[in-house]
Write a protein that binds this ligand. Structure first.
Ligand code: HAM
Length: 429
């Protein structure tokens, strides 16, 4: 028990952590290129924020939220998603008074959902996402979809499918809801328990039922019920996406598991992800800012699952490379010079090299073995005699040769060797 992490959580150990950092840097770079500012919100919020935003009768709020009461009796929830918290921060931080649209992103934020864990589905997972607040223009939707695709293809991922739909607005959706209830009424007996419960309150979610796809396949398409404004918006979005050369599939059955969406919804899937194929999902949420007490502020965004992205990259053999070993190992030839070796290692690090040194009091032989295991191409051996001459021995571990180098020229000599080695590796790979 004490050596087992909680179900549905993951440790990120060093090799893996380097991959995460590579992904996060890619996201920070891309977000900057598109002009998005980073936002970091708390891991927990008032539970009511998510009830109001994501929707009371969604799986996320009904079954998956980690809710707890703090010592002062507040009902709090570990955040199950980022959008509601970003909107809260947008309002609380006074950003609604800034020139609009305000373009925000988060990269690798932890989210929590009490879901059934399997490959690609966890109870603590991480999302990167963007939110554009303050534009109803379909160009904003297009930028958000393009950014998602750019982010994924920029990592070399192929085989992506972008599915796109419009789920209308509060003006045109009620008629469709009614039509959908009519369509589903004859099937009521065979619907799953969740669907039967949602039949009255949230019939759109019936289209997403995984238990029986039959009734959804036969359902009338929502797009046939869109009002003129929603139709114009959806067409204009497609026009932008075509101009950007983006390939997408129109999927009239695509609805999302969160209630705040209006008009555009989209998902990006990857074929190698199995059951949890959705890498990224998002859409427009024109009513959310106002529902949380802000001024009318149309908005659009997406979030992608970092763990799923790493799984997709691994499946394609595209996972960022594991970190290289140290440039140099500084060894001490005897206990009497360990402090000098440590001081030399510190000086070499300040010159920009990555340096390992002995922390276990090993013999020199054992230190050299350890250096080879770490993958260091060079070792500097600090010995009393050489120190007295103001020098140290530099050993080329791969070639088995060694030379004596004056201490004041050591950093420069090593930097040259390391650069030469990197250049050779670069041209070989
Ligand atoms: P979502 O579709 O619930 O949307 O989640 C977005 C992505 O997070 C999914 O496509 C998936 O990659 C990942 N994800 C979700 N649940 C899990 C899980 N249990 N384990 C691992 N990965 C998971 C949202 O969260 C919206 N806030 C997106 C959005 C932003 N819409 C507008 N702006």
């Amino acid at each position: 028990m004490l050596t087992r992490r909680p179900r549905g959580t993951n440790d990120v150990l060093p090799v893996e952590a380097a991959r995460w950092r590579a992904l996060e840097s890619h996201i920070h770079r891309l977000a900057a290129a598109y002009g998005y500012g980073e936002v970091r919100t708390p891991l927990f919020e008032h539970a009511e924020l998510f009830q109001r935003s994501v929707g009371q009768d969604t799986d996320i709020v009904e079954k998956e939220m980690y809710v707890f009461v703090d010592r002062a009796g507040r009902r709090l929830a570990l955040r199950p998603e980022g959008t509601a918290a970003v909107v809260r921060a947008f309002l609380e931080g006074g950003l609604s008074a800034a020139p609009l649209p305000v373009k925000l992103y988060y990269a690798g934020s932890a989210m929590f959902r009490y879901d059934r864990p399997e490959a690609g589905r966890y109870r603590q997972f991480h999302q990167a996402g963007v939110e554009v607040l303050g534009s109803s223009d379909p160009a904003a939707d297009a930028e958000v979809v393009a950014l998602a695709v750019d982010l994924l293809t920029g990592l070399g991922l192929g085989g992506l499918e972008v599915r796109l739909n419009s789920i209308g607005c509060p003006r045109c959706r009620p008629a469709y809801r009614e039509r959908l209830r009519e369509h589903y009424r004859p099937y009521l007996d065979r619907l799953c328990e969740d669907c039967r419960r949602r039949f009255d309150g949230n019939p759109l979610r019936l289209l997403d039922c995984k238990v029986d796809r039959g009734p959804a396949e036969a359902a009338p398409p929502l797009t046939a019920f869109l009002c003129d404004e929603c139709t114009r918006h959806f067409r204009a979005l497609q026009g932008y996406l075509n101009a950007l050369g983006l390939t997408y599939t129109l999927d009239p059955r695509l609805v999302r598991g969160l209630d705040y969406y209006t008009r555009t919804v989209f998902e990006v899937t990857h074929p190698r992800l199995g059951a949890q194929s959705s890498l990224c999902g998002g859409g427009r949420y024109d009513g959310l800012v106002e529902a949380l007490g802000g001024p009318p502020t149309p908005a659009v965004g997406f979030a992608l699952g970092m763990e799923r992205l790493l799984l997709a990259l691994e499946a394609e053999g595209l996972a960022p490379a594991a970190p290289a070993g140290p440039d140099v190992f500084v060894g001490a030839a005897g206990d009497g010079v360990r402090a000098e070796a440590m001081a030399l290692a510190a000086r070499l690090r300040r010159s920009g090299l990555t340096v390992e040194t002995d922390l276990s009091g090993r013999s020199l032989r054992a230190q050299l073995k350890h250096a080879a295991r770490l993958g260091a191409p060079f070792a500097v051996l600090v010995g009393e005699e050489e120190l007295a001459r103001g020098a140290a021995v530099l050993r080329h571990l791969e070639r088995g040769e060694q030379e004596e180098v004056p201490l004041d020229r050591l950093a420069e000599r090593l930097a040259g060797l390391v650069a030469g080695r990197r250049a050779r590796e670069g041209s070989a790979g």
